[in-house]
Design a protein around this ligand. Structure first.
Ligand code: NDP
Ligand code: 2IT
Length: 449
């Protein structure tokens, strides 16, 4: 790929490659941000003088640990746990935990790196971090998941705290896992410290709207992009990938705004339902019964299940990738554009490859990158922390209004920044630059630390 890296930034990227061998997802995430930063160094020479980019690319702390646990047969299992505390310039490290067999340091670092800028865009006092494990929750009993979570927290507890580092959910980590981890943290520390984890249950310190927040927020962001083009969701055919937390609430909010979602998926295949996804059925299958999405067609006979198919073949006007990284490649992006897609909002983190991003930007469709579009989840986590700090809980309506306001502000900030830096409507540049500047200014203020 031809280099889009500025001559000042290019050596920094080479150094990232050399210092972090084999961490391909981290390289990809770092490169995407660095490609936006050349013009920032021209306007802000102090950032180069203080080596802010070099420092931001190096995590403040990386923790890797053994997680031994016993399965239902009594056999000992061993997984690897991670917490990368990337940047605490703006607040305690904040970011989710991912439990998935593909997890290794490169995945956690890409997620932690993205999280720094995403969290900065929210305008709330949260730094960036991420953690997780190569543990696979699929097919495990509740007892096994509990056993794993307790062991994971038995090491993690010493590194976290409401003013230090505040984990939450991500792929494979939802309310059940947060419950087991909160229980173990409380037991070990003898502290009922609500603010140490977010995504908690509503009866024990959780926030209304946190479950819905990432999906709702992503749809609010796309709605803002559409409004900027004098358009709305009304009547739009939409394609959503995944069938987890983000996909479910993305689908719900699109339906509330008058759009029609016709797809959902898991790692085995996708569903095409031309009448619109039946959300209640999807929630029953996924949230309650933890089944595979293939079973959807048992209850909606007209719907089609395409095993191992490519979901992006389905023509749509709005695409919202909500499963995992690199799920849209260059060819998929070209197919989406050719089939009439006018807006993409990334519920997932880094779901589009660099080739795909290039296609969307060149086609000048409304493209909302993950660190802006999916910031509603972590923003509502920060609202959960606010409620915990004041020992209070807000209503659904109040919290959803705050979320919508935050997403509107993020959209405006990215849009204005894209204009200021000479690439109007390029939300990739807008998000990278605006997020970076907030963190960089704090780091300059703090001196060499
Ligand atoms: P869930 O675990 O609830 O759901 C994940 C979904 O994505 C499942 O349908 C899963 O299918 C699919 N998926 C996961 N990994 C893969 C893979 N390697 N290939 C194909 N499909 C895959 O996770 P979330 O909904 O919470 O997360 C989805 C995305 O959103 C992630 O990128 C996450 O980082 C991002 N995100 C999440 C936030 C949150 O608050 N939860 C906040 C911001 C971003 P299967 O069951 O087959 O694995
Ligand atoms: O990627 C993300 O922003 C998340 N998984 C949510 C993080 C959080 O702390 O709520």
């Amino acid at each position: 790929m031809p280099s889009l890296l500025d001559e000042k930034v290019s050596p920094i990227y080479q150094e990232v490659l050399a210092r972090n061998p084999g961490e391909t997802e981290f390289h990809q995430a770092a490169r995407e941000v660095l490609e936006s930063l050349g013009p920032v160094l021209v306007k802000h020479p102090e950032f180069a003088q203080h080596k802010i980019i070099e420092r931001i690319c190096e995590p403040e702390r990386q923790i890797i640990f053994r997680v031994p646990w016993r399965d239902d047969k009594g056999e000992v299992q061993i997984n690897r746990g991670f917490r990368v505390e990337f940047n605490s310039a703006l607040g305690p490290y904040k970011g989710g935990l991912r439990f998935h067999p593909s997890v290794y340091l490169g995945i956690i670092k890409f997620l932690g790196f993205e999280q720094i800028f995403k969290n900065a865009l929210t305008g709330l006092p949260i730094g960036g971090g991420k953690g997780g494990s190569d543990f696979d929750p699929k097919g495990k009993s509740d007892d096994e998941v509990m056993s794993f979570c307790q062991s994971f927290m038995t090491e993690l507890y010493r590194h976290i705290g409401e003013h230090t580092d505040v984990p939450a959910g991500d792929i494979g980590v939802g309310g059940r896992e947060i419950g087991y981890m909160f229980g173990q943290y409380k037991r070990i520390t003898n502290r009922w410290e609500a603010g140490v984890l977010t995504g908690k249950g509503l009866d024990w310190g959780g926030s209304l709207v946190r479950t819905e927040a990432t999906g709702y927020g992503a749809v609010f962001f796309v709605d803002e992009m559409l409004k900027a083009r004098k358009d709305t969701f009304e009547g739009k055919i939409c394609s959503v990938s995944g069938s987890g937390n983000v996909a479910i609430y993305t689908t719900e909010k699109i339906h509330q705004l008058g759009g029609k979602v016709v797809t959902c998926s898991d790692s085995n295949g996708y569903i095409y339902d031309e009448k619109g996804i039946d959300l209640a059925l999807m929630q029953q299958l996924k949230e309650v019964e933890r089944r595979r999405i293939k079973d959807y067609t048992q209850y909606r006979k007209h719907a089609k299940y395409i095993a191992k198919g490519n979901i992006w073949e389905v023509p749509c006007q709005v695409a919202m990738p909500s499963a995992t990284q690199n799920e849209i490649n260059g060819a998929d992006a070209a197919m989406l554009v050719k089939n009439g897609c006018i807006a993409v909002g990334e519920g997932a983190n880094m779901p589009t490859t660099p080739e795909g991003v290039k296609v969307f930007l060149e086609a000048q469709i409304a493209y909302g990158p993950g660190k802006a579009a999916n910031a509603g989840g972590v923003a509502t986590s920060a609202l959960e922390m606010q409620q915990n700090a004041e020992r209070n809980s807000w209503t659904f309506d109040h919290t959803e209004k705050r979320l919508q306001e935050i997403m509107r502000n993020i959209h405006e900030l990215c849009y204005e920044t894209s204009i200021e830096y000479g690439t109007p409507g390029n939300y990739v540049n807008g998000a990278n630059i605006a997020g970076f500047i907030r963190v960089a200014k704090a780091m300059v203020a703090f001196g060499v630390v």
